[in-house]
Design a protein around this ligand. Structure first.
Ligand SMILES: C[S@@+](CC[C@H](N)C(=O)[O-])C[C@H]1O[C@@H](n2cnc3c(N)ncnc32)[C@H](O)[C@@H]1O
Length: 427
């Protein structure tokens, strides 16, 4: 219902809740909101939730405190005055939870954690195999008539490759302050080049996309390739901007696995101690560690770890489990892919682990991966490692079932022995 006490000349609300806003209840039972893994989080009280609802309804900002008092008069007397409401909106804007309406202005200024960190962007920029593969793929696919959307543009590297390839229009979508770096680069270009760029400083879910997009380009992979939300993000962008002929770079991501024996490096001792639980060792440093160890639940441990080819013995190379299309990705309710892989241990493995890797197919024949020793291995990613909680006997068979979580944001795995006992997992 419209509040008649709000004057007609008061400006309409100039902010609205971000479409990308996600809610979760934290460990202490508090409701929190954030727009993505790379942005900050915001704590939500009932008044703030109500404020978000009022902003969504377009209630003018100058009247929000009055409207709150009216709606909450039976519940609370301790409500924020208009000045505090203005501050709250400004804080929520900084956290990316509300975005300014109208102008395509920045929501990125406050998002300096995660991908706003220059060192994280530099790790990606300095990764030669990654950058050169993208340059070749974009250079070969984009031409003079291309209208390109760069989803998660970061510092704008892929957009600059598209510009070099002659793209007519380049839409760079980036939610963190990395977008400021791209703005600086574009400022120094010629006016003709500058006009080809449009920067959307917001989450892709809130970006207004152009018509007739010819190419959707992105690099939204983590060590677990799904952890940065590549599937739901590209699903949304393709559903709004993709046509039958829209080219996606990358085309797909393929998931691989294999058992490996960690032969050296810092991980070897850590896994060995986890497995051996050696009660005969009575060293003074070890006995208390062993006591604590018994209290820790290691049932579902997995982690990304930098391992070199020389640290491992992987028999027979990595096995392809399944390929997830990304141009466009599967629907939210599509059947989850899975693969079962059985492995016979023909040598004595002291530190057995399951390694989960990925290979992204950018365009036909151009790939990048995070698998140690592969020709297309990139420098800044690590594979995901799932420790096996028991040493295999010689010729024993262990099985791995590799799949994807229901929200398509994690590669999952379960390792079982011949008696179907679970001896390692990632959920
Ligand atoms: C892995 S980095 C790649 C950056 C750049 N494209 C490159 O190749 O160097 C992914 C970037 O996407 C941004 N990002 C992720 N999801 C996003 C989304 N849904 N909307 C806008 N930006 C997003 C992150 O902030 C990050 O800067």
């Amino acid at each position: 219902m419209v509040d008649r006490s709000i004057g007609k000349n008061i400006k309409k609300s100039s902010h609205k809740p971000a479409s990308a806003l996600k809610f979760r209840i934290d460990e202490s039972g508090n409701l929190r909101a954030g727009v993505s893994a790379s942005a900050g989080e915001f704590s939500l009280t009932p008044e703030i939730i109500h404020l978000l609802c009022l902003l969504q309804q377009g209630v003018p900002e100058a009247g929000l405190a009055a409207k709150l008092r009216q709606d909450f008069k039976q519940i609370s007397a301790n409500l924020p005055p208009q000045e505090e409401v203005n501050d709250l909106i400004s804080e929520m804007t900084q956290a990316g939870c509300v975005i300014p309406t109208g102008a395509d202005s920045s929501t990125a200024a406050g998002l300096d954690d995660g991908f706003g960190d220059p060192w994280i962007q530099w790790a990606m920029l300095a990764d030669k195999p990654r950058c050169s593969a993208y340059q070749k793929a974009i250079g070969g696919a984009v031409g003079d008539n291309s209208v390109v959307v760069d989803v998660g543009a970061g510092t704008g590297l892929l957009s600059l490759y598209a510009c070099k390839a002659g793209a007519r229009e380049i839409h760079c979508i980036e939610e963190t302050s990395s977008a400021n770096i791209l703005s600086g680069v574009i400022k120094n270009m010629s006016a003709a080049e500058r006009e080809r760029f449009k920067i959307h400083r917001k989450n892709s879910a809130d970006a207004i996309l152009p018509d007739k997009v010819t190419h959707i380009i992105s690099e939204l992979f983590g060590n677990d390739p799904l952890q940065e939300g590549v599937v739901p993000t590209l699903r949304d962008v393709f559903s709004r901007a993709g046509g039958a002929k829209t080219v996606g770079i990358p085309e797909s991501v393929e998931i691989f696995c294999n058992f490996a024996d960690i032969r050296k490096g810092p991980l070897k001792n850590r896994i060995e101690r986890l497995i051996s639980d050696d009660s005969s060792v009575t060293a003074e440093w070890w006995t208390p560690v062993r006591t604590i160890m018994k209290m820790i639940n290691f049932d579902d441990v997995s982690f990304a770890h930098p391992v070199r080819e020389s640290d491992l013995r992987v028999s027979g190379g990595f096995h392809s489990c399944f390929r997830i299309p990304l141009a466009p990705p599967p629907a939210a309710n599509a059947r989850l892919p899975f693969a079962n892989y059985g492995h016979k241990f023909t040598e004595r493995d002291e530190c057995p682990v399951l390694i989960l890797g990925f290979r992204a197919h950018l365009t036909a024949g151009i790939t990048i991966s995070n698998m140690p020793g592969e020709k297309d291995e990139c420098e800044h990613w690590s594979p995901v490692i799932v420790p096996v909680r028991r040493r295999p006997a010689l010729n024993e068979v262990f099985s791995a079932r590799v799949s994807v979580s229901g929200d398509w944001q994690t590669i999952t795995a379960e390792i079982t022995d011949a008696k179907n006992k679970v001896i390692g997992s990632r959920r």
